[in-house]
Ligand binder design. Structure first.
Ligand code: PA5
Length: 456
């Protein structure tokens, strides 16, 4: 069940002048060794690598809490944003029924799941229209314990629950996932006796799917979290190999950073599976927020673009073939879809349509992926394919660890800090200032100075 990367079409030998030359590949062993050593020396910020190995007790607690929720709740609502939301969304879409929330309870693996990762007032109001508070358990997730979006949602939910059922009910209906010590949520959780899970030290938001941030919502929805962790462990070991040509994450990082030097400042991820649609959102945050950095005057990063096969063949692929050489395309292919769906016979008298009959949708989507890969390759654009034998808990664990490690290795190769997000913090701080948080008055001044707008 190992996932593999086919990188043939990243190379000059396949795509021509705009590909990576053999002379660059020859540098990979040395460059790779430096990245491996650099990452090995950074244990304190890559504790997420330990998660597949060190959570036996936590997994037991998660499963116990999840079982209780599954028995009592019809709705499980995650309040969180960024790294506290994108993993749970991606995993749910990958591993549960594509129309999970629409299924009747007996066909669902758990309560309906809503992950509220925005503060659009219309969305907040809409949530209130669809849930029944007496059958709902909320999970507020914030590593920092201070993000305005999540705190605003928390206030809304606490008010609702206190008004309806009193303060004592909070511990039955609200679960907190946050830092052990830092931030505001831990204090609130202690005060109201909430069931609490911790985001471990050295596990940044966008690297936190394999800790309670992602594991609790997954377990509540019946996903085999141990299989996810097994997959992550398996990939972690592969990606520790000193041989770059046997180390998928290191190879991915070396290829993409070479491509960046060749001007490919855009990294398209194009899964050929609806189940992996939101994996692209998770990837986009990981890749953008980790690698979009400056070092002195030098600027780094590769803009992630999300595309879905085959849907976006009919919207974006024209650009990927005839457009500028400013991107790489990574296809995510699936060997065995979990369903086989045959295209029936209906108009056998018309051979221009009837040729499809008797084939399966499985054959069609795979043929379209291979055909698009061909079109992108012959147009001279670098691309690669990550092939999953099947989408299941183990391969999703593998895929997530692969991308986390590729991001970390790319950070080493680029010589930047992949684990901070100063640009995001700047926006968070200005939000505090605009909404009158104490201590941020000076920050507000900064914005006023810049407030001369030109509009048309
Ligand atoms: O990767 C990150 O650290 C960020 O994207 C965070 O996940 C995001 O800003 C939300 O932060 P928090 O979990 O602290 O509320």
């Amino acid at each position: 069940m190992r996932i593999r990367i086919d990188y043939t079409n990243m190379l000059e030998s396949a795509v021509g002048a705009k590909g990576i030359p053999e002379s660059e590949l020859a540098l990979y062993p040395e460059r790779g060794r430096a990245a491996l050593e650099g990452l090995r020396a950074k244990r304190d910020v890559i504790r997420w690598r330990d998660l597949p190995y060190n959570q036996k007790e936590i997994v037991a607690k998660i499963k116990a809490v999840a079982e209780k929720v599954r028995e009592s709740a019809e709705y499980f609502v995650v309040l969180g944003i960024g790294g506290s939301a994108l993993g749970p969304i991606a995993v749910q879409q990958a591993l549960n029924h594509p129309r999970y929330n629409e299924l009747p309870r007996e066909k669902r693996n758990g309560p309906k799941l809503y992950v509220e990762d925005n503060v659009d007032p219309e969305r907040m109001a809409a949530l209130m229209d669809v849930i029944e508070p007496e059958k709902t358990v909320f999970n507020v997730i914030t590593k920092s314990g201070s993000t305005s979006e999540t705190m605003a949602q928390l206030l809304t939910v606490m008010r609702l629950l206190i008004d309806l059922y009193g303060e004592d009910a909070l511990k039955e209906r609200l679960i907190a996932t946050t830092d052990r010590e830092k931030g505001n949520l831990i204090g609130i959780a202690k005060k109201y006796g909430l069931t609490t899970f911790c985001v471990p030290e050295g596990v940044g938001g966008r690297f936190s799917e394999m800790c309670p941030v992602g594991l609790l919502p997954a377990a509540v929805c019946g996903i085999d979290i141990e299989a996810m962790l097994d997959g992550a462990a398996y990939m972690d070991k592969l990606c520790d190999s000193d041989n770059v040509f046997e180390n998928p994450a290191l190879m991915y990082a070396l290829l993409e950073t070479s491509a960046m030097k060749l001007g490919a400042n855009i990294g398209v991820l194009m899964p050929y599976a609806d189940s992996l649609k939101y994996f692209s959102d998770w990837y986009a945050q990981l890749w953008a927020e980790s690698l979009g950095k400056k070092r002195g005057e030098a600027r780094f990063g590769q803009t992630p673009v999300k595309a879905l096969g085959v849907t976006d063949q009919h919207s974006q692929v024209q650009l990927y073939t005839d457009g500028p050489f400013d991107k790489t395309v990574t296809f995510l292919g699936v060997e065995n879809y979990r369903t086989v769906f045959t295209i029936p016979h209906a108009v056998d008298e018309n051979p221009n349509v009837a040729f499809l009959s008797g084939h399966t949708f499985n054959e069609l989507i795979s043929a379209e992926r291979r055909a698009t890969e061909h079109a992108v390759t012959v147009s001279g654009h670098m691309n690669k394919t990550i092939l999953l034998p099947e989408v299941n808990a183990n391969t999703i664990g593998q895929l997530m660890m692969l991308f986390e490690l590729a991001t970390a290795y790319a950070g080493e190769i680029l010589g930047i800090n992949a684990y901070d997000q100063p640009g995001v913090e700047e926006g968070k701080n200005m939000t505090y200032a605009l909404l009158g948080k104490k201590g941020y008055e000076a920050k507000l001044g900064e914005m006023k100075e810049n407030s001369a707008r030109r509009t048309v």
